[in-house]
Write a protein that binds this ligand. Structure first.
Ligand code: CND
Ligand code: ZN
Ligand code: ZN
Length: 366
């Protein structure tokens, strides 16, 4: 079977013939039908997110259950599923505290590129192949932990379902679960890509009255408005902080979201906040990067800068809920799909388009 694999850093992703072991206890074999290409996959290719290689990339995906391992009871062969890239263990300190997004066991396995038991299921000849965040959706089939599959309604098309597996859950969740944006608020969203557009529509769903989208690529502004932005700022032309202050009577916004992963835009997301404002970093910066913010402003303006991982979500509840919103025409997913590739071979072209910033999301149908 075929999978898109980053064989080594400095190379393009290649389509490889790989083998897959059967699902062990508490694991599920999934036939992937559609996968979205998220910037986190590109971060790995560009070595900004250093992980072990060779690795099957892709963490946004949907498919059909092909086989279940011993002890799996929540899905059966033939069920449609969205993959969850933070399959929590349910036993660690953070799981017990109710913070599945911070599961120690899932985070450690993701760093190792393995499943929860520390081993991989993909291999090529003698060589083990790692799996991105316990998913590996750029593949015809994958084996994931039981919690890594969320059963969904069968009337949702697979490409749209795939988008909920990262972009929509991460973006809407950052607004609803992490920031808890309240009706009537003012919001700035820095970075209007696949995830940022979902932050924008999440802010609209939450009842924000002013939603300021900041980007550097002109094509993004029409999309941002379509998803609910009321104002746009071109960071390549205008001073972002001045522009946001001007749009908010000189005060700054109540909530800001950084959805790029760069230190200068993370600092911007703090600096566009008004007093008592809450900034949420969604973008993933390389692990060795620090951000500088003004120390005096912390006590004197009472601002908070925090982060959001996988939308601080409860995937088993939130993924079906987002799909219900989509079917009720309250969540936009069709408009997120800028380009569809009908084969895994499209993956490098999808990465090039993502790097150029001109698209919302590309989908690979498999
Ligand atoms: P995508 O590339 O689609 O969007 C990034 C957007 O930022 C593009 O529209 C760019 O034009 C824009 N941009 C780039 N530089 C600037 C700048 N200096 N000022 C303003 N805008 C700029 O990426 P994506 O939406 O797929 O992902 C965005 C980030 O979110 C990325 O870092 C990814 O790794 C991260 C992410 C986080 C999580 C999480 O759980 N926290 C989950 N998935 C992805
Ligand atoms: Zn992602
Ligand atoms: Zn845990």
């Amino acid at each position: 079977m075929k999978a898109a694999v980053l064989m080594d850093y400095g190379q393009k992703v290649s389509i490889e013939d790989v083998q897959l072991k059967s699902p062990k206890k508490e694991e599920v074999l999934v036939k992937i039908k559609a996968a979205g290409v998220c910037h986190s996959d590109l971060h790995v290719v560009q070595a900004d997110l250093p992980l072990p290689v060779p690795m099957v990339l892709g963490h946004e995906g949907a498919g059909i259950v092909e086989e279940i391992g011993e002890g799996v009871t929540h899905v059966k062969k033939g069920d449609h599923v969205v993959l969850n890239w933070v399959p929590h263990c349910g036993k660690c300190y953070y799981c017990l505290k109710g913070r599945k997004d911070m599961c120690e066991h899932a985070q450690r396995s993701a760093e190792y590129g393995t499943l929860l038991d520390g081993t991989t299921r993909f291999y090529k000849g003698e060589q083990e192949i790692y799996q991105f965040s316990m998913t590996g959706t750029f593949s015809e089939y994958t084996v994931v932990p039981a919690n890594g599959v969320i059963p969904i309604r069968k009337d949702v098309p697979f490409p749209q379902a795939a988008l909920v597996g990262c972009g929509a859950l991460t973006g809407v969740g950052a607004v609803v679960n992490t920031a808890k944006v309240t009706p009537g608020s003012t919001v700035a969203v820095i970075g209007a890509g696949g995830v940022g557009l979902n932050v924008i529509q999440g802010a609209k769903l939450a009842g924000a009255v002013k939603i300021i989208a900041v980007d550097v690529v002109e094509e993004k502004f029409a999309m941002a408005k379509h998803f609910g932005a009321t104002h746009t700022v071109n960071g390549a032309e205008d001073d972002v902080i001045d522009a946001v202050l001007e749009l908010t009577e000189g005060r700054g916004v109540d909530y800001s979201f950084e959805v790029i992963g760069r230190p200068e835009t993370i600092a911007q997301s703090y600096n566009v906040l008004g007093k008592c404002g809450l900034g949420v970093v969604v973008g993933v910066a390389p692990p060795n990067v620090n951000v500088s913010i003004n120390a005096f402003s912390l006590p004197s303006q009472g601002k908070t800068l925090t982060g959001s991982w996988y939308g601080q979500s409860n995937p088993a509840i939130d993924i079906p809920m987002l799909l219900d919103l989509y079917m009720a025409e309250k969540l936009k997913l069709n408009e997120l799909i800028s380009k569809t590739y009908y084969s895994l071979e499209g993956v490098n072209d999808a990465f090039d388009n993502l790097a150029a910033g001109k698209i919302a999301r590309s989908i690979l149908t498999i």
